[in-house]
Design a binder for this molecule. Structure first.
Ligand code: XMP
Length: 510
């Protein structure tokens, strides 16, 4: 299998580069520039290397540099943005900075007839984001593309197969970006398109089997997609040395805790410890109404429960986490040893000490994680589970949280989800749930006056949850859900549908 090395110089789009390569069915491995030596690169026999972008200027003292011996390995290199400038600098060219040389955003680029630009029109749009530029090419290099402000928007030394582009082919704004990457992979590196997600699974399992040999690994399983996929993958690698702790805070949806337990313990035969901590959490949450306060309490209590539980498990050397790539960006570029700061339930304890932390999904995007999950045989309903906030139903019960309200909300929410499923609307509604309001309303049932809670139904359609539209659910579905909720759930006398998009509303009510 041909492998591409993505040598990471700290750019924003590094994982996207790797993903674009994987989309072409070629395996891409990302390594920070300071964690791999030229000898290691040589030993791995990569088919090609991509230097990523980065925020620095090559002349900054602290900017990332690399051993120029890499240029002599005979492995094709493509430098992107900072990677392009670094390549020029390493090969003896000059990088400059002039006030009027910056380019940001969509820019027209003219390209020459060259292997990198094979079958690409001579003029197209590319995405630029730079202030430094290559003012003088290194010896033996030629300029092969230009923009209005940038004389050398791309360069190459065809003999040594060294290529650089000042723009970002990996982002969709670059019209022919994918095509350029394809040309690099298949025309220049001569890769075969034979990588599959199964290979990722196989390689990861082998890698972790070796790396974690004889060590005990602890994983906090939430029942969400990411931690579930990480758990099954690692279980394949280390078997019973993986201990999963599932903290049931009592704020899950109807039957969710049992489903998680059943899936991982029975179906996958994992060592799963379910901690039923509902009482602990409810006690801490008693009387609390402020949403942020609720989140904080839940986060802290989660840590305490996890800590208490782990103390009984003897020595554990490794902590595994289901961090995926978007988490890595959100929490700022982290070192792999830093526990992600925005973990669903507020982070994991730093008083527990582990020799190492492993994050087997760190390089994958959500849809790739789902694909891995499917291939691992994780049940469909778990792999395609809609997002569920770490603090659970606590942020869907407005005001104080009580056992009674939790019970009422669980039933109403289950009915709404059943009706969405019955109408096959899961692909238009990306997140849908019920919320229990903190106010009561008068109703009439039979001949009697009722006075019960108000449930709000919420459904949003979105790609990224940063913005969202309220879903135009068919009236019949809303009607059926409403009838069933008021008829079947004791304690609810009125149902409303939330027609607020995001912004101005958030997806969750709290
Ligand atoms: P908002 O309400 O911010 O939600 O528009 C956007 C997405 O984030 C989820 N969400 C959370 N997830 N912990 C989480 O793990 C939280 O505290 C939290 N708050 C919101 C929400 O469900 C939606 O998918």
């Amino acid at each position: 299998m041909d492998k591409i090395l993505v040598l990471d110089f700290g750019g924003q789009y590094n994982q996207l580069i790797a993903r674009r390569v994987r989309e072409q069915r070629v395996y891409a491995e990302i390594k920070p520039y300071n964690r791999i030596t030229v000898d290691e690169i040589k030993a791995t026999a990569y088919a090609g290397i991509i230097f990523t972008g980065g925020p620095n200027s090559v002349y900054d003292d602290l900017s990332p540099h690399y051993d120029p011996a890499i240029l002599g390995l005979g492995i094709p290199i493509l430098g992107i943005c900072y990677g392009d400038q670094l390549l020029a600098y390493m090969a003896g060219g000059t990088v400059s900075n002039a006030e009027n040389s910056s380019e940001y955003g969509k820019t027209i680029v003219q390209v020459d007839n060259n292997q990198l630009f094979k079958n690409i029109p001579s003029e197209s749009i590319c995405w630029m984001s730079h202030s430094d530029y290559i003012s003088q090419l290194p010896e033996n290099f030629i300029g092969i593309a230009r923009t209005e402000k940038c004389k050398f928007a791309a360069m190459c030394d065809e003999e040594r197969k060294l290529y650089g582009v000042q723009f970002h082919p990996e982002v969709t704004h670059s019209e022919y970006g994918n095509h350029i990457l394809k040309n690099f992979l298949f025309e220049i590196c001569k890769c075969k398109a034979d990588w599959k997600m199964e290979d990722f699974i196989e390689e990861s399992v082998e890698f972790y089997r070796e790396k974690l040999k004889g060590k005990r690994v602890l994983l906090a399983l939430s029942g969400g997609v990411d931690s579930s996929v990480a758990a099954v993958l690692l279980h394949k690698a280390v078997g019973d040395n993986l201990l999963c702790v599932f903290v049931d805070h009592g704020l899950l949806r109807k039957d969710e805790g049992d489903f998680v337990e059943q899936t991982f313990r029975n179906r996958f035969g994992m060592s799963l410890i379910r901690v039923n901590a509902q009482e602990r959490f409810l006690k801490k949450l008693s009387g609390v109404t402020d949403p942020e306060h609720k989140r904080k309490i839940i986060g802290e209590e989660f840590i305490r429960v996890f800590e208490d539980e782990s103390k009984n498990l003897g020595e554990i050397q490794v902590l595994a986490q289901g961090t995926i790539y978007p988490d890595v960006i959100e929490s700022g570029k982290g070192d792999s040893a830093v526990i992600k700061s925005h973990h669903n339930v507020g982070g994991l304890p730093d008083v527990l000490s582990f020799d190492e932390i492993v994050e087997p999904l760190r390089e994958l995007f959500k849809d790739e994680v789902r694909e891995v999950g499917e291939k691992l045989g994780i049940p469909h309903e778990l792999v395609w589970r809609q997002p569920f906030p770490g603090p659970g139903l606590a942020v869907r019960i407005l005001g104080q949280i009580t056992e009674e309200k939790l019970e009422i909300l669980r039933e109403a929410d289950a009915i709404f989800r059943e009706e969405i499923a019955a109408a096959h609307l899961e692909s238009v509604a990306n997140q849908y749930f019920a919320v229990l309001l903190d106010s009561k309303s008068v109703g009439v049932m039979g001949d009697a006056r009722t006075y019960g809670y108000v449930a709000a139904l919420r459904s949003v359609s979105t790609d990224d949850f940063m913005t969202a539209e309220w879903t135009r659910l068919p009236y019949e579905v809303l009607e059926k859900a409403s009838n069933r909720i008021t008829g079947e759930v004791r304690g609810i006398s009125r149902v409303v549908y939330d027609i607020t998009s995001k912004p101005p509303g958030t997806v969750e009510w709290e």
